[in-house]
Design a protein around this ligand. Structure first.
Ligand code: NAP
Length: 329
């Protein structure tokens, strides 16, 4: 039985990776922290391993003891109170984990690094052409810069069996940020940020997890892939799909970018007083203001024979059913 470690197992995406690993018959280790919630990690077959990425000595001890066949590194910080936290978690922790693997000769058969489309940054607002992995990255958020720094470190390694995945917006049950949008539509408000149309891409969490396991079993190493369902959606299409599924009539509210920026800065400051990071913050503002989040997934389709099982309408429907069942909506 092949042994797999999933870091960030307590998170939205990590918890789905753990479920799939169990379903596929892997000996599954959930990498968590002492403070992590186990709400979605209740299967008795899961082994837990407390990982402190800042403590290389204990990391080395743990990794050399377990000798994982595969590692999916999904731990990451998408919102941070201190700017430096992005670098510490998304870059430095990744570097420490890989150095610990190398120094103990515990390099797995395959290491999947869950990066983000944010590491590349959005495409050009004028031509709305999908970005390609061969394009020069230009991240415009601290989050994206920290992911790109981790990618650069990974790409500098020789003979390290890695595949880097750059998912676009991942959505599905348990997710908390797109949920804010669903909740807003459910309340009868249809929010738009900026006055120009926004072009978006998505990947349903179950499809993203399938890509991870295709990457694990593929002989390919050393490549980076954007991951989306392959379609382009406008912000209006996203809202229309959500309204249809929720069966809601809404009032359209177009908020100019300058006001969104002000709200983001205010929310970040006020939440900061209470030690919290709001969904809308300065870094997120840069994501929301970009008009072109299209990415090219032709390599993913070619190398992994990938075809999404869920397009936006099917995924949003399943997610909303879950939010309703769990009384989030
Ligand atoms: N959701 C998306 O749309 C999206 C898109 C592109 C890429 N990604 C990437 O996908 C990965 C998972 O994201 P997610 O949406 O599932 O986020 P999430 O729900 O916030 O989960 C993040 C996970 O990382 C762990 N983590 C955070 N800081 C850590 C630290 N200092 N040490 C150890 N573990 C730490 C968290 O542990 P605790 O539970 O203990 O906090 C949690 O398990 C991240 O790398 C993210 O950058 C997500």
């Amino acid at each position: 039985m092949k042994k797999i470690l999933i870091t960030g197992a307590s998170g939205f995406i990590g918890s789905f990776i753990v479920e799939k690993a169990l379903e596929l018959g892997y000996d599954t280790y959930a990498g968590i922290r002492k403070s992590s919630s186990k709400k979605y990690l209740t299967d008795k077959r899961i082994h837990f391993i407390d990982l402190d990425f800042s403590d290389k000595i204990s990391l080395k001890k743990q990794l050399s003891e377990y000798k994982f066949d595969y590692i999916v590194h999904a731990a990451g910080l998408t919102k941070a109170q201190q700017k430096n936290d992005f670098e510490i978690v998304n870059f430095k922790a990744t570097q420490n984990l890989i150095e610990a693997l190398k120094e103990t000769a515990a390099i797995p058969e395959k290491f999947i690094f869950v990066s983000s489309m944010a590491a590349h940054g959005p495409g050009n607002d004028n031509d709305i052409i999908p970005v390609k992995c061969s394009d020069q990255p230009h991240p415009d958020t601290l989050y994206g810069i920290s992911k790109l720094n981790a990618e650069k470190y990974i790409n500098s390694l020789k003979k390290f069996p890695v595949i880097t995945l750059r998912p676009t917006g991942v959505y599905g049950p348990r997710e908390k940020d797109y949920f804010v949008f669903f909740k807003t539509i459910n309340s009868g408000i249809e929010p738009y940020i900026g006055l120009q149309e926004q072009y978006l891409t998505f990947i349903y969490v179950r499809d993203f997890v399938d890509v991870i396991f295709k990457a694990i079993s593929s002989p390919i190493i050393g490549k980076t892939y954007f991951v989306s369902d392959g379609k382009a959606y406008t912000a209006h299409e996203f809202a229309n799909i959500t309204k249809k599924i929720l069966n809601k009539k809404t009032f359209k509210l177009c908020v100019p970018l300058a006001i969104v920026k002000l709200i983001a800065a205010t929310m970040e400051t006020v939440n900061g007083w209470f030690g919290k990071v709001p969904t809308l913050n300065r870094d997120k503002y840069n994501v929301l203001k970009a008009r072109n989040w299209l990415c090219d997934i032709s390599d993913l389709e070619k190398d992994f024979n990938f075809k999404a099982k869920y397009y936006l309408e099917d995924g949003v429907k399943e997610a909303i059913e879950w939010y309703k069942k769990e009384k989030w909506l």
